[in-house]
Design a protein around this ligand. Sequence first.
Ligand code: PLP
Length: 392
Amino acid sequence: MKSVSRNARCYVEISRSVIAANYRAVRDAVAPGRATEAHRPPVLQPPGSSEPGVIGVVKADAYGHGAIEVARVLAREGIEWLAVSSVDEGVALRSAGISQRILVMAGVMPWEFEAVREQNLTPVVHSLHELPRFAEARVPRVHLKLDTGMDRLGTLAEASQIAAAIAKTPELTVEGLLSHFASATDFSSNQTPEQIRLFHERAAALRSLGVQPSLMHFASTNAIAYPRPGAWLSLVRPGHAIYGYVSPARGPAPPATFQVQPALQWKTHIVAVKDVPSGARVGYGGSWKAENPTRLAILAAGYADGVPHRLSNKGKVIAGGRLAPIVGTVSMDLTTIDITQSPQLRPGDEVTLLGTEGDVSLDAQQLAKTAGTISYNILCSISARVRRFYTD
Ligand SMILES: *Cc1c(COP(=O)(O)O)cnc(C)c1O
């Protein structure tokens, strides 16, 4: 991915074509022919469905990539479904003219029922008592989430209880049935096959009671990348993969079913360069001490921009085409690096926090590992004051 220098202290540059290519890679991985019976047992194929579709997950401002821009890219690629966490996120997409189906995955608040109907959002229902409330608000369709072992959202009710509750609200269509994996990358545990078994069992029991939602979905990025028998249904729900990431697997995992690349590069600029003598202490707490005369660069990005404070004295950035260590603590608006190895750097020069310069690159997974967190957290923490630029 090539990038041009921008006049912004700290910015990200997001490639629309990489987002589109990542989406196509996932879509093609689950396309008919690829999704063998091993991945999609015929018993769970809802009547009339031909091929697994993709729900593009654009919650949390598309993991920092900009939900509206990403939704537009996916819409141009022909995607039919998007998913967000909240009603607010769904409303923001509608206000931008996005007309795709929008699934609201993380719960509807008591004051949001009207907005769900007015904005034509599709809520995920997590407990049966919500059904009459959606019916009352004249929401036409919902998806019902089963808790198959994540023990977060989703109903634990038996099939008979679910069928009885649905029968009481005939005006409300339960269009979809879904669940969510807790540890899809972990092939050393049986949690995922157990979740799949429970889902199939409950879906079959519901079917025998006449409840047969036309859509079923379970897999997000990791269960698409590392498929398991029965994990791909009529739709899949990737987020992370669209932005170019798949988490590493544990245990005897199959090879990933698709390749993606990071769509976002994160850059900042040098505010000041200075030479300090050996013995100089850098930053709050004086936690880094120069062993030798050192050239420092002070960068226009700090934890208020999303640079993890945990990278203090640990992280690296790419400066002048080579890795340069972060020295001292990351502060709110500034981060100091050691550029003794790149003495040509000057104030105003650009530095890469995430991305590639020549043959050196840093991605969110590497940053996350150093900071003791996960790549999702790194991407979502790039703050609103970091300017977003898009390239085709
Ligand atoms: C975030 C989320 C996804 C997408 O997960 P990725 O790992 O980013 O692909 C799918 N389903 C639900 C319920 C989610 O909350």
